[in-house]
Design a protein around this ligand. Structure first.
Ligand SMILES: C[S@@+](CC[C@H](N)C(=O)[O-])C[C@H]1O[C@@H](n2cnc3c(N)ncnc32)[C@H](O)[C@@H]1O
Length: 174
């Protein structure tokens, strides 16, 4: 359910210590009161801080071929294409690798599928995921009864907003 690949790309940046603003320009760069050297020094420092030998491997799957292509293209643009493996696949074929972390935000129902379809998908997800200390799973959804459909009692949950949508981060790590 990798969509456009945001989670995967941000995870790669975090793992390799790549500053998120490194590839963009800032309006404040045009302000005369900030010397160009300040920006150049900050960029040089950020570049030097990248963990170039860091090992990071992530896999993304989505049922939609366009989403797969979009994630691949976004990852390449973000400079982490070689760290990610993206494939078209239905969640019902997903297997959690050993010593891995699974993270996703399945369709919410409000926007992409009817609620009932989303609930069926949460059930499918529950059939494929077997969270443990070695293979924790993190799922973001606004559905208040997610645990019931997923079929597992959460270890911890935390409220967060996805834009204007109030969601919960359901954390399974035991
Ligand atoms: C809310 S979006 C995920 C957005 C993503 N986190 C991102 O950064 O763009 C949900 C994704 O789940 C995918 N999806 C829906 N049903 C699926 C299924 N049965 N198996 C795999 N992916 C599915 C959709 O194609 C969509 O891209």
């Amino acid at each position: 359910m990798c969509g456009s690949g945001t989670f995967l790309i941000e995870a790669a940046y975090k793992a390799l210590n790549i500053a998120p603003g490194l590839r963009r320009n800032f309006a404040a760069q045009r302000w005369s009161q900030i010397d160009d050297k300040v920006w150049a020094d900050a960029r040089a420092e950020a570049l030097e801080s990248i963990d170039r030998l860091g090992e990071f491997k992530a896999f993304g799957f989505d049922i939609d071929a366009d989403a797969v292509e979009l994630t691949q293209s976004n990852a390449r643009k973000a400079g982490v294409g070689s760290k990610l493996t993206i494939k078209q696949s239905d969640i019902s074929r997903f297997n959690q690798p050993e010593n891995s972390i699974t993270f996703c935000n399945p369709p919410y129902g409000e926007r992409m599928l009817e609620i009932k379809d989303a609930e069926m998908l949460y059930k499918k997800l529950g059939d494929r995921l077997n969270p443990s200390k070695e293979r924790p799973c993190y799922i973001i959804t606004p559905h208040e009864e997610f645990e019931r459909f997923f079929g597992k009692k959460v270890d911890k949950r935390r409220k967060l907003y996805n834009g204007m949508i109030k969601c919960q981060l359901y954390m399974y790590f035991k």
